[in-house]
Design a binder for this molecule. Structure first.
Ligand code: ZN
Length: 135
């Protein structure tokens, strides 16, 4: 039960349009996908760095967790996502170790992945996500 790699780093931004040029023009990355995840009230933009993605997250509503995050902490790193073989197994394993889960069950995320979050209270302050390709 260990991650194969860092699947992505989630970064909360106020505006995708204002943030994308930094990643493209300064870092030389290419935004290959912009996707709205209605369920999570966010719009995402993706860049590939090796086998890891940078996922920019913009709130689509004031109710969005991203809007609340930015209000409290400002723009910046929001979460860390580990690529796992199986999200359900990873969540069960973590819960067995006393970790507080946000998602008891895997749910669909961006990019066609199954995802599940652990609570930052249990993970040293880092909102942590497991993701896996759908089986
Ligand atoms: Zn994520």
């Amino acid at each position: 039960m260990k991650p194969t790699h860092i699947e992505h780093i989630g970064i909360a931004v106020k505006s995708l349009n204002d943030s994308i040029p930094y990643y493209e023009e300064v870092l030389g990355l290419k935004c290959y996908s912009v996707e709205e995840v209605v369920d999570q009230k966010v719009k995402t933009a993706f860049f590939m760095v090796g086998q890891t993605k940078i996922e920019l997250l913009e709130a689509t509503s004031e109710e969005s967790p991203i809007a609340k995050f930015i209000e409290k902490k400002g723009e910046g790193i929001h979460h860390l996502a580990f690529a796992m073989e199986d999200v359900a197994e990873a969540l069960t394993h973590a819960e067995g170790k006393g970790i507080q889960l946000i998602d008891k069950q895997p749910r669909p995320g961006a990019e066609g992945l199954m995802i599940g979050f652990m609570h930052p209270k249990s993970t040293g302050g880092v909102l942590t996500e497991f993701c896996a390709k759908k089986k």
